[in-house]
Design a protein around this ligand. Structure first.
Ligand SMILES: Nc1ncnc2c1ncn2[C@@H]1O[C@H](COP(=O)(O)OP(=O)(O)OP(=O)(O)O)[C@@H](O)[C@H]1O
Length: 298
């Protein structure tokens, strides 16, 4: 469905002594139809750059991105219409990606403008139900919802044009930990229900692990590992991947059956990151562990 072939992206020309940043270095992978493919890497590893290339919002400096056999790079906006219909992105922060002046009906039906959909109102009702919002939500505005509910609205909007591929760009990072699991479960259910292909991007391997079949690990613009989520999570052949696992709060690893002490030893031996979680399994900022429920969404 998606092929990324030896893609490089260099920012800046380097002319007149200017700085260049080699954000992606020879990245290659393929995402099969129906797959849930995770891309994980720490800040600055090139995740946003890669998403922009997949969505046809930017062009690689060299290499090629293909969608359903068609080249994405180097096409005009008119030629990319097929991609805009087939591929939708859910962004990290629903507050900034939803227009505060539009009500939910307008937001969710916006992608249908110009498509001659026979029943946009009915479609909005259907989509709100699919993401677990009541029909009355259609008349309300983004600020009247909780963070998790706003992300549900973003997901409904992304599904409106009936895409075949959903790119989720850190979709739960801006949310309270108590609602993350609900949104992840919702995404997984919708991918099944609508037979979607999903590319799920996150800095957090534990989040990717919940929803993805395969995962690619990105470091400083290079793919250092690609494999099934379980392989990557449990083999940890790469010291960098071990660091990503070690950054997951202890309770998450306990749930995953990973021996925290053994892992900490491996990381220390690899010169890796220090243990970040508190002994009680809470996150470093003192927030509740992932998976804890406060029923904040209501
Ligand atoms: N428009 C740009 N011009 C110059 N450098 C850029 C530009 N966009 C990104 N970069 C650089 O490219 C590298 C990769 O950035 P990118 O935003 O893709 O990483 P990321 O993994 O998405 O990080 P984050 O999770 O912090 O968003 C970084 O060094 C970044 O500073």
């Amino acid at each position: 469905m998606i092929e990324v072939d030896d893609v490089h992206r260099v920012y800046g020309s380097g002319r007149f002594g200017g700085r260049t940043v080699h954000a992606l270095r020879g990245v290659s992978f393929a995402v099969e139809r129906g797959e849930r493919f995770g891309i994980v890497g720490e800040s600055g590893s090139g995740k946003s750059t890669l998403i922009r290339l997949l969505a046809g919002l930017d062009r690689p400096t060299s290499g090629m991105v293909r969608f359903d056999g068609r080249e994405v790079s180097g096409r005009s906006e008119r030629q990319l219409r097929f991609l805009r219909e087939q591929l939708q992105v859910v962004f990290q922060d629903p507050m900034s990606s939803l227009d505060p002046r539009m009500n939910v009906r307008q937001i969710v039906s916006e992608p249908l403008i110009g498509t001659r959909h026979p029943d946009p109102v009915g479609r909005v009702r259907e989509l709100l139900a699919a993401v677990g919002l009541e029909a009355g939500a259609a008349d309300r505005y983004p600020h009247q919802f909780s963070g998790g509910q706003r992300q549900r609205i973003s997901i409904a909007r992304a599904l409106a044009p009936q895409p075949s591929v959903l790119i989720a760009d850190e979709p739960v990072s801006a949310l309270d930990v108590s609602v993350r699991a609900q949104i992840l479960n919702l995404l997984a259910d919708l991918v099944d229900e609508f037979a979607l292909t999903m590319v799920f991007v996150s800095h957090d391997l534990s989040v990717v692990r919940r929803v993805c079949d395969r995962v690619a690990v990105l470091r400083d613009g290079e793919l250092v590992e690609v494999g099934t989520t379980e392989q990557v999570y449990s083999d940890r052949a790469q010291p960098y991947t071990r660091q990503l696992v070690a950054a997951i709060p202890t309770i998450e690893r306990a749930l995953a059956g990973v021996d925290a002490e053994q892992l900490a030893g491996q990381v220390a031996a690899a010169g890796g990151a220090p243990e970040k979680s508190a002994p009680d399994g809470s996150a470093p900022d003192g927030s509740a562990p992932v998976g804890a429920r406060k029923d904040e969404e209501g």
